[in-house]
Design a protein around this ligand. Structure first.
Ligand code: TLP
Length: 371
């Protein structure tokens, strides 16, 4: 039996059908705009998100930094939530590459404090940096921002003539959870970055979508950071296949996440609120009699289950369901959790437990997770 990898949906592998589609992809030099597969992917992405144009980039991180470059000048200020991936997990590329300054507002789950955003927008004064972008993340660490909140942020931004960028790495998970097309989310913002390499199971890549002039500037930004590729249709084909075949099945991942959360809640020392399981990513909080998160994570690894444990030592574990994880895997995962929580070691575990643990950042949650 294989390892059950619940560290992230970034571990997904292409299906046999996706591999065949990749194999047959038509290719050309994309720097000349001549890769037919990339052109099809970009057109499809723009259409699905209801935007004018799109640009294929190698990663979500690159898509986000190119958004900074395309919307802002060095020295400009970008308002984002305190849990934003652009702030916490992209090696400070906003500061170092785009020269933008990030200013945070309080965040709970995916929700940003609207009044704080309003207060944080700088007045036009030569002392201050210019606020040139508002940044939202949807979903954020598995939580989904309700559309009314997004509408309010968008109205405020439009009234102040500030564009809004969405880190929508998993926007199709948010759309699935909200029961709306992704374009219904994207219409509230000016640009979106989304990934085909996560739950959609393509091997590589992300898309930046937005107005034509923004994408024009983004092409220059992508060139600047070395992201212009040549016959990249060979990887983009996976993304094109994913947009047509992998979106609807995300409901399965969400169902599996709920099944896992329900099963875990029944185990002693595990807390998780039902309303905190909104997409395919969720966090559990451990308390006695359960051992600490690193110990549980290390024991689970011996049993053949991988997950993320809080790097700050807090009793939090992150779990992510995705393509390749079936209902039976969830049931096996629950058995493994039961054994790990009771302190049982796997029958075939090595004499010393493997110390290697995948570490995760703990996000601010609506209530302390699961309490
Ligand atoms: N997130 C990864 C890790 O970096 C933590 C994960 O496993 O969740 N925005 C969001 C909201 C993301 O979650 C990620 C990846 C990115 C951007 C960056 O995408 P990549 O990894 O393609 O650069």
């Amino acid at each position: 039996m294989g390892v059950i990898d619940l560290r992230s949906d970034t571990v997904t592998l292409p299906s046999p059908e996706m591999r065949r589609f990749i194999h047959e992809a038509e290719l050309g030099d994309d720097v000349y705009g001549e890769d037919p597969t990339i052109n099809r992917l970009q057109a499809r992405a723009a259409e699905m998100l209801g935007k004018e144009a799109a640009l294929y980039v190698p990663s979500g991180t690159m898509g986000n930094v190119v958004a900074h470059l395309a919307w802002c000048q060095a020295g400009d200020e970008v308002i984002c939530g305190q849990a934003a991936h652009t702030l916490n997990a992209e090696a400070a590329n906003a500061a170092r590459v785009a020269g933008t300054q990030l200013r945070t507002v309080p965040q709970e789950g995916a929700s940003l404090d609207l009044a704080a955003i309003e207060r944080t927008i700088r007045p036009d004064d030569p002392h201050y940096p210019r606020t040139t972008l508002i940044w939202v993340e949807q979903p954020s660490n598995g939580w989904v921002m309700p559309l009314e909140e997004l509408t309010a942020i968008s109205q405020l931004a439009r009234a102040r003539a500030i564009p809004v960028h969405m880190d929508g790495a998993r926007i199709f998970n948010a759309a699935t959870a909200l029961g709306v097309p992704a374009a219904e989310i994207a219409r509230h913002v000016d640009s979106v970055m989304f990934c085909v390499s996560k739950g959609l199971a393509a091997p590589v890549g992300s898309l930046l979508v937005g107005p034509g002039d923004f994408i024009g500037r983004a092409i220059r930004g992508r060139k600047m950071v070395g992201g212009s590729m040549r016959q990249a249709g060979v990887i983009a084909a996976g993304g094109l296949y994913a947009l047509d075949h992998m979106v609807e099945r995300l409901t399965e991942d969400h169902e599996n996440a709920r099944r896992l959360a329900d099963g875990l809640r029944a185990q002693p020392g595990v807390a998780i609120d039902r309303e905190d399981v909104q997409t395919n990513i969720f966090f559990i909080r451990l308390s006695p009699p359960a051992p600490d998160a690193r110990t549980v994570s290390a024991r689970l690894r011996e049993h053949g289950l991988l997950c993320g444990a809080a790097k700050d030592g807090s009793p939090i574990i992150r779990l992510v369901t995705h393509y390749g994880i079936e209902r039976e895997d969830i049931d096996r995962a629950l058995e493994m959790f039961g054994e790990a929580l009771r302190g049982e070691r796997a029958a075939d575990a090595p004499p010393t437990p493997t110390p290697e643990v995948t570490e995760i950042e703990v996000p601010p949650s609506p209530a302390p997770v699961g309490v």
